[in-house]
Design a protein. Structure first.
Length: 278
């Protein structure tokens, strides 16, 4: 599939990030079980990864060997491309003249919006873990061993894992640990345990108005019930395996039902929303 993706994209020179574009397409072809020949001839029938759309639009520059046509034209047809030089706001310009910490934070947000948002969510959930030893951060606490976190010069915290409880019906365990000699219970989800949950509603492939997840990943809905959508309009996005793709509507009409929360992990074929055709 990588070889097929390479041919479809016009055999680009593979360096970062162009090599990732080829990899994204190869993974996508595998995920949706696509015939590469049909994909190359009819890309409008598939949810093409965003990195491929941007690449075909020239986001990474011109392709030395020329653009693959008519593949490129079909991929870009009806797409609302949002990239290019963005003017920095006066507020951000002021921030870039501030302290080194503020400049770094501002540049991260402007240049790497997605990773910066993920980083902030992690910090909001777990706090600042910069002082935690790398081995402890990656592998956690070991029973019977005292772990030390140096917060500052002369200031240390001492942690030790005491016991791990049995899992409950939702896969959570009570973990007993000590911090500076004080015993603390912590509820932690054991991801190795499979929990039986209600299965998601599946889309009916025979109904064009059923918008389904093309492969397993995390879907974010980008429309609301009652909204009018056109053919090929983006109604959701999906992220998996460091790859993002836009999910579009196959029909023009009204969004009558959204079958999932705004953001949710899904399996291939899960129903995202229903468009009532005009």
């Amino acid at each position: 599939m990588y070889a097929a993706a390479n041919e479809i994209l016009g055999r680009p020179t593979k360096v970062t990030p162009s090599s990732k574009v080829v990899g994204d397409l190869a993974l996508h072809l595998v995920a949706v079980n696509a015939d590469p020949k049909d994909f190359a001839e009819n890309p409008q029938n598939y949810d093409v990864p965003d990195s491929v759309v941007g690449f075909m639009a020239g986001e990474l520059g011109d392709l030395p060997g020329g653009w693959p046509e008519p593949f490129r034209t079909k991929v870009l047809q009806g797409k609302n491309l949002k990239f290019g030089v963005t003017e920095v706001s006066p507020t951000d310009l002021d921030a870039l003249r501030g302290s080194s910490e503020i400049r770094r934070e501002t540049l991260n947000r402007l240049l790497f919006a997605g990773p910066t948002a993920d980083f902030r969510r992690f910090r909001d959930t777990y706090g600042n873990l910069d002082q935690v030893d790398t081995v402890d951060y990656l592998y956690g606490l070991e029973p019977g061993r005292e772990h030390v976190v140096e917060m500052a010069k002369g200031i240390r915290l001492y942690f030790e894992l005491e016991a791990i409880g049995t899992p409950d019906a939702k896969g959570f365990r009570t973990v007993m640990a000590t911090m500076n000699g004080q015993l603390r219970p912590i509820n932690i989800r054991d991801n190795k345990i499979q929990v039986s949950v209600a299965s998601a509603e599946k889309a009916d492939p025979s109904k064009l108005g059923h918008v389904a997840a093309p492969f397993s990943g995390t879907v974010t809905v980008q429309t609301v019930e009652g909204a009018h959508v056109e053919v090929g309009q983006a109604v959701a996005s999906i992220e998996a395996m460091k790859m993002e793709a836009t999910i579009t509507s196959s029909v023009a009409g009204i969004v009558r039902r959204i079958a999932m929360p705004r953001t949710q992990a899904v399996e291939a074929g899960d129903l995202i929303l229903v468009v009532e055709s005009e």
